[in-house]
Design a protein around this ligand. Structure first.
Ligand code: KDG
Length: 344
């Protein structure tokens, strides 16, 4: 029926309304129009929560602070936009933590595969002192890191074949999959170790690279695969959940320094509130997006515990290589947070 057909083509799941905006109006400290560049589409939790961020700032300053959001990598990719923040040619951006390791190498802890087994554990880590010190470590880079939020569990998609095992990635009689990765050495190591041909590439170039067959596949949360229409060029998806990556909302330090302390405090508060909302939206989107992709014709391979364990074992060398470089103590701290959440 029409209802079913419409539901199948829905642009988003039933989403929670943003929390009511409360808190007092902040006194007049001048007007600011801020430009925010993001990589993802207008339907993404990232965009919707960024809009909420803008609404908080606007309402609590009676319109004196306005945020204009530019989606779909129109202003550049994560790497370029972070450079624009440094030079002050962009006010706000919302990259994955992964390409930000060039500024704060400790962030690479988040790129370790299978480190954060549940969303609850991931959120606890993102809200921990350990995570706060990573944000603080941006001091002096020209970037003010405001908050972590959820990018999410990354899943493999490709146009060549169903993937249920590391052998399917490597290809036994055929060549290994060419997989686009974020610009991050740990991600590169993961896919190298699995026998793929990893190709780091900006997110904005990814759709056409897949369309033209420059790469076979990529990995991103289901919500990104759906909202960026990757299913149009990718026939197969695998629920690998191989890594949970955060986003980091960032402001140019030049913009930050131009804001009155009252505005700075408000921006920080709005960033935290919108991050909470983003995590909620991302949670609501996650499984729903997978099911939508299936309805739209993507063949999805769900992996059982044993199959996940096979991937986990295969990427063990990545830990051995990278844990000492990232810092065993830091990783131990993160694992302790994970364990305390899991034992709760
Ligand atoms: O806005 C965020 C995107 O630019 C990007 O970080 C998304 O996970 C991502 C990727 O694969 O590049």
């Amino acid at each position: 029926t029409l209802g079913v057909a419409l539901a199948a083509q829905a642009q988003s799941p039933d989403l929670s309304d943003p929390p009511a905006i409360d808190g007092e109006v902040v006194g007049d400290h001048g007007s600011h129009t801020l430009r925010m560049g993001i990589g993802l589409a207008e339907t993404s939790p990232q965009y919707l929560s960024s809009q909420y961020f803008g609404e908080i700032l606007s309402q609590r300053t009676e319109g004196r602070i306005t945020v204009n959001i530019f989606p779909n990598s129109q202003l550049g990719d994560d790497v370029q936009m972070m450079e624009m923040l440094q030079t002050g040619t962009l006010d706000l951006s919302y990259p994955s933590s992964s390409p930000a390791v060039t500024y704060v190498p400790e962030l690479a802890a988040f790129d370790l595969p299978f480190l954060l087994p549940t969303r609850e554990a991931a959120v606890a880590v993102m809200q921990s002192d350990v995570a706060q010190s990573m944000l603080d470590a941006f001091d002096g880079t020209g970037i003010k890191a405001l908050t972590f939020s959820e990018n999410g569990y990354r899943q493999l998609s490709n146009s060549a074949r169903p993937v249920a095992s590391p052998e399917d990635v490597a290809g036994l009689d055929v060549r290994g999959l060419t997989v686009r990765t974020m610009e991050n050495p740990v991600h590169l190591a993961i896919w190298q170790t699995l026998g793929a041909n990893p190709t780091p590439m900006a997110f904005g170039e990814l759709f056409s690279a897949m369309e033209q067959g420059v790469v076979d596949g990529q990995e991103n949360p289901w919500s990104t695969i759906l909202t960026s229409n990757f299913h149009e060029v990718q026939d197969y998806g695998s629920e690998t959940r191989h890594v949970y990556t955060p986003f980091i909302m960032m402001m140019s330090e030049r913009t930050w320094d131009r804001l009155a302390p009252e505005y700075q405090a408000l921006v920080q508060e709005a960033a935290r509130q919108s991050a909470e909302y983003e995590i909620q939206l991302a949670t609501e989107y996650d499984d729903w997006s997978r099911d939508q992709l299936e309805e739209r014709g993507m063949q999805i391979t769900r992996l059982d515990d044993e199959q996940i364990a096979a991937f986990q074992e295969a990427v063990q060398p990545v830990y051995e290589e990278w844990a000492p470089r990232i810092g065993e103590e830091l990783i131990g701290d993160i694992q302790a947070i994970v364990e305390s959440v899991m034992n709760d």
